[in-house]
Ligand binder design. Structure first.
Ligand SMILES: [Zn+2]
Length: 190
């Protein structure tokens, strides 16, 4: 894993506009019910076969990064995750988001395939002939100069705004949480 992860939406903005997931999550008592953008970061080192995505979870209402989830595509690997990345922003309800987004990743193989395709695009950009290569090398040059970013959340907010414009929030998890609710209602009704 490279020390610097690259945001997918910075290298491939046109693809990211349409292929970044926004999830409408009903948090119940566990976390705020809200739309959450799943902004992706990947390791750009072409010599590294880490097979991972870092999901930066951005709350639409808070306009802030509320969890950072690391997920390995090789589900048999020891550190496959998903887990909360200890070096990146979390919130008091990050663990609750990890549980529901982890379950979402397990239940949506098509979405995981999309993430794998994005990972492959980032690795391909390491080739000097790739059209996105100049962006990657510029980004890596900047990242190595910076010891502390002024406000990294600001451009995450901008990225969330862009995907919110293009993509309706997925409600794939609503059915599940309603079922869970019915189940617990039945239990208390006994
Ligand atoms: Zn790597």
């Amino acid at each position: 894993m490279s020390a610097y992860l690259v945001r997918f939406d910075l290298l491939f903005p046109e693809i990211a506009e349409h292929e970044t997931r926004l999830l409408a999550l009903n948090g119940g008592q566990a976390f705020p019910t809200d739309d959450y953008g799943l902004l992706e970061s990947y390791c750009p080192d072409p010599g590294c076969d880490c097979q991972r995505v870092m999901l930066n979870i951005i709350s639409r209402r808070d306009q802030n990064q509320v969890a950072t989830i690391s997920y390995g595509f090789d589900r048999t690997a020891i550190h496959a995750g998903p887990y909360l990345d200890p070096l990146n922003p979390q919130s008091p309800y990050a663990a609750a988001l990890l549980r529901i987004i982890g379950a979402y990743l397990e239940s949506e193989p098509a979405y995981v395939q999309r993430l794998k395709a994005h990972y492959a695009l980032i690795k391909a950009a390491a080739n000097p002939n790739h059209p996105a290569h100049h962006k990657l090398s510029a980004w890596l040059g900047e990242a190595q100069k910076l010891t502390k970013m002024d406000d990294p959340a600001a451009d995450l907010r901008e990225a969330l705004r862009v995907i919110s414009e293009h993509e309706p929030a997925f409600k794939a998890l609503e059915r599940k949480s309603r079922q869970k609710h019915r189940h617990s209602a039945k239990k208390t009704g006994k």
